[in-house]
Design a protein around this ligand. Sequence first.
Ligand code: IPD
Ligand code: CA
Ligand code: CA
Length: 265
Amino acid sequence: MTNWMELDQNIREWIAEAGKRIRASFQTELNIQTKSNRNDLVTNIDKATEEFFTDNIRNIYPDHEIVGEEGYGDELQEMKGITWVIDPIDGTMNFVHQQRNFAISIGVYENGVGILGYIYDVVHDELYFAKKGEGAYMNDIKLEELKPVDIEDSIVALNALWVTENKRIDPTILAPLVQTVRGVRSYGSAALEMAYVASGRLDAYLTMRLAPWDFAAGRILIEEVGGKVTNLKGEDLNPLEKSSVFVGNSQLHKTILEKYLYRFK
Ligand code: IPD
Ligand code: CA
Ligand code: CA
């Protein structure tokens, strides 16, 4: 039997320590490399942070499996037992260029079901946390159930790319949504954007391609406050596959799906 209370205490300690190290790194020179393209960045701090978590997990929980962005985890075909899904720094471009708007994101799954989710905004010292069936929190504050909002009063997060020529979505699908909502925001950290939906700072967030570590924690948070998490076709997410992601307050999610996304194939 998993001792979830002890596991939660351990994660919190590790997140606090990792956050301290990341903040200290602001005083040092970063080693920055590119991955799939020149805008896909990784630094020595992303790698060191993931290694810090994986070393700690393997030390205390040798039978747990790990999915991590920077390659310190395992190659998994399926989720069996306990799986940790880790993005050591979500929003690396922001980390490098702005030293803000990035987060540590950790989801803990049991047989493929999300149980614990942590999104730590390192600079603001804000820890968004959820446990399946027990609600969601921002530090000590319990997050409220999301309330319905009229689409004209809503704030929606999406990247400007998706309303210009791009290879993933016809830009004319989302342009009318942008014209209808009260405001559009783009923070450059999927984990934070999901934490903001869970805490009501945003009403919805849509994006065309995320990896499991980008949404692993955020989906648990959003579901705990009654929000909806799907891909852009309205289908459930596979926790081990890349996909488009559409999250939001349930009623707004339904409206956007029916009025705007019906054309998305
Ligand atoms: C990225 C951020 C970004 C999203 C990208 C992700 P990373 O994660 O979440 O907001 O648009 O798709 O890859 O690379 O900074 O961990
Ligand atoms: Ca990420
Ligand atoms: Ca990352």
